[in-house]
Ligand binder design. Structure first.
Ligand code: 86X
Length: 717
């Protein structure tokens, strides 16, 4: 079997999807790269050529190879790299070593060769973090001994490596190379060999810079927002990529925020009389299709289960994209009289919508978590009241917990949920991209669904009437919004109310002269401080790891967005103080330990309200009020949203969208790099300007009709 066929077989066996591409034999890496540039399959337009190299640590066992996978364009600084892994030196492995350990010839090495290794714990795999910045990018792997290339998505390769038992690390190779001393063939004799105190200090500084490169955020939020967002999410350990496009792993650091939202919102709806429940995730096609009319537009997104093992199911079963069709047949059977009302149920669950637009973690994913509330009332008025109560709770989730300002309002006819009577929404804003984002929705379904599902009661006047229904949902999109709004070039910035660690205590000021007793005392005092804070209900934690320096720990917790750091050093203790650092402004302040609890409490509250005020100021500065079309497209291009008087006609809304699209071709943008999309209405804010529309007088900003309301417009997610 040719090596290429072998690789294809191997990938199939591991369920890794790939694209195989034949081309003329290539002579060397450069030639190969050029060949791919000139001629590659259309579906992999977004790809990066990769190279693989096998190293054998010097003095290490022949059977403990290091497999390095890098972008073709990245340098592989061998010695700095192996040193960062804790080895002394290494050299490229000889042909026979490669063959005996990875089961392939040196020229055929790819990361997938580890499938051939019996004891995977013997192999270390290092992947160039630049190769992983976008999980959706295809990596091209060349099989030198054949005439073809295999393309695999970076996320798939990563998932394959993470799922195997090899020790797998990501390293920023370009950063390592930059930090390596120039002109030294042997880097091991470089920095660490420094002898004078000054040279040692320089080395320490360079090492710290190195550490930061490897683990920190390497791009600026304003320069490359999408890479920044991916790096923040993965390096702050909120999320990991998965080997199915559009699906992501929510790690505890993210899930803890979700739990805070669940606790607040769950508690509030309980007070309103809503009860939690759980319905199955599967829907029969018969049930799903009862809602045909408005399902129609959504049907390409429905995921179906068609098989159990190898045998086809008698009937395919859908995975819920939302639960109206799952729940309402049972509402029909449970609701008989007005005494059965109101029926108010909520469930926290996952839903699946197989979208084909560009996925983005938390913001647009194929599976997501949400709560969906489904309620039924005897009267329109009760339903109306609830719609607004729930919407106000959504506003509070964003404003009081996530410190993100939102605009509550009503959706236009074009943007509302087609199955309902009207839709209300809270609209957020991402300043960096200038795009608005729907935060949550609360719908009045009217009697549309009760008519479809025969949900009827006999009212007090003994008339058979259809019940009034609402549905409302808030999803894990919230987590994406909080990251996008507050994060900075150092990483995540968490609002205190949702941070699972609000205060990180770090002992510092330990030098060679510090005695063991002094050091022990510092650690003890740090622990006591944490206990004091915890007793007052503050989510505090001490970082007492002894294998990391204080600056390393500072970076570690800053990247993860912890709102407050307390540094405790011998000098602070001598004065009975701690030094506080706030993540949002980076301001430092000495705090007396005697009053540490109230000081930290008020600091956390201050941070929470300052973060909201800052986000609101930024949003308000980009919310432009216009009376006419003049300046509309210009405002959008300057990353603003616009409040303008509008006639509320659907045709007008479509015209605005067309006339504000930068290019008429391709309406949906791939991501924020393509801000050419047209503007949509975001909502008709409930809070209308004081000097608002004068009925019959004020003109629509976009056409010759009379305006009905001030409406918020913008490019949106
Ligand atoms: C609309 C409406 C509503 C309960 C909410 O917005 C909040 C919580 N549901 C959801 N919607 C669909 O009905 C829908 C249906 C199918 Cl089949 C689909 F594939 C996607 C959908 N997306 C949204």
């Amino acid at each position: 079997m040719s090596s290429q066929a072998h690789l294809a077989e191997l990938l199939k066996r591991h369920n890794i999807s790939f694209v195989a591409h034949s081309h003329p034999q290539t002579t060397d890496l450069k030639h190969w790269v050029q060949t791919l540039k000139d001629n590659h399959p259309a579906e992999v337009s977004n790809f990066a050529p990769a190279k693989s190299l096998v190293l054998k640590p010097k003095g290490g066992a022949v059977t403990n190879p290091i497999l390095v996978v890098a972008l073709e364009s990245s340098p592989i600084p061998i010695n700095p790299l192996v040193k960062s892994l804790g080895n002394k030196e290494a050299r490229t492995a000889a042909d026979d070593v490669t063959k005996s350990t990875l089961g392939v010839d040196k020229i055929d090495v790819t990361p997938f060769a580890i499938a051939n290794v019996q004891d995977k714990s013997t192999v270390t795999v290092v992947v160039d973090s630049d190769a992983l910045t976008s999980g959706d990018t295809y990596l091209a792997f060349r099989n030198f001994s054949s005439e073809s290339t295999i393309f695999v998505k970076a996320a798939q390769m990563k998932a394959f490596l993470s799922g195997s038992a090899v020790s797998f690390t990501e390293v920023k190779l370009a950063g390592l190379a930059a930090a390596a001393p120039i002109g030294k063939a042997d880097a091991s004799k470089g920095p660490k060999a420094a002898q004078t105190p000054k040279a040692k200090a320089e080395v320490a500084k360079a090492d710290a810079a190195d550490d930061k490169k490897l683990i920190g955020i390497t791009v600026k939020k304003d320069d490359d927002f999408s890479t920044w967002y991916q790096q923040v999410l993965t390096r702050a350990e909120m999320l990991d990529y998965y080997d199915i496009s559009g699906c992501y792993i929510l790690r505890p650091w993210a899930f803890n925020i979700w739990k805070v939202i669940q606790k607040f919102f769950g508690g509030e709806i309980e007070k309103l009389g809503v009860e939690d429940c759980y319905f199955p995730m599967f829907v029969s096609s018969r049930a799903l299709n009862r809602e045909k009319d408005h399902i129609e537009g959504f049907s390409p997104e429905v995921a179906w289960v068609t098989k159990a093992g190898q045998s086809d199911l008698a009937e395919p079963i859908a995975v819920r994209p939302t639960s109206e069709t799952v729940m309402y047949p049972y509402y029909a059977s449970w609701i008989r009289s007005h005494r059965d009302l109101p029926l108010r149920l909520n469930q926290w669950c996952n839903v699946v919508r197989w979208e084909f637009k560009h996925p983005q973690p938390f913001i647009r994913t194929r599976e997501f978590l949400w709560q969906e509330g489904h309620t039924a009332f005897a009267t329109r008025q009760e339903a109306d009241t609830e719609v607004r109560q729930i919407l106000d709770l959504y506003r509070r989730v964003y404003e009081e917990y996530l410190a993100v300002p939102v605009v509550p309002g009503k959706k236009s006819e074009k943007e509302k949920f087609a199955g309902g009577e009207y839709t209300t929404t809270v609209e957020g804003f991402i300043p960096t991209t200038g795009r608005a984002i729907q935060g949550a929705t609360s719908h009045c379904l009217g009697t549309n669904f009760s008519k479809m599902f025969n949900i009827m009661i006999e009212n007090e006047a003994k008339e058979r009437i259809h019940v009034w229904q609402n549905s409302w949902g808030l999803s894990t999109r919230t987590l994406g919004v909080v990251v996008m709004v507050h994060g900075d070039d150092q990483g995540l910035v968490l609002p205190p109310r949702v941070a699972s660690v609000q205060v990180i205590v770090i002992p510092t000021g330990i030098t060679a002269k510090t005695s063991d007793d002094e050091r022990a005392n510092l650690f003890k005092k740090s622990e006591e401080l944490v206990e004091t804070l915890q007793a007052a209900g503050i989510r505090a934690k001490a970082d007492l790891r002894d294998n990391y320096t204080p600056p390393f720990k500072y970076n570690h917790w800053e990247l993860r967005g912890v709102p407050v750091r307390l540094e405790v050093g011998p000098k602070d203790l001598a004065k009975s103080e701690a030094c506080s650092f706030r993540r949002d402004t980076r301001a430092k302040q000495q705090l007396p330990l005697a009053s540490i609890v109230p000081s930290v409490q008020s600091l956390l509250e201050q941070i929470q309200s300052d973060m909201f005020a800052k986000a609101k100021k930024e949003r308000d500065e980009r919310l432009i009020r216009l009376e006419t079309w003049d300046g509309f497209v210009d405002a959008l291009n300057k990353k603003c949203i616009v409040l303008a008087p509008w006639c509320e006609r659907e045709q007008c809304e479509e015209d605005v969208k067309d006339n504000s699209a930068r290019s008429s071709a391709g309406d949906e943008p791939q991501d924020e790099k393509a801000p050419s999309m047209g503007a949509k209405t975001l909502c008709i804010p409930f809070d209308q300007p004081k000097d608002g529309v004068i009925e019959g007088k004020t003109k629509c900003f976009a056409c010759d009709h009379k305006a009905k309301s001030y409406t918020l417009w913008g490019r949106s997610y």
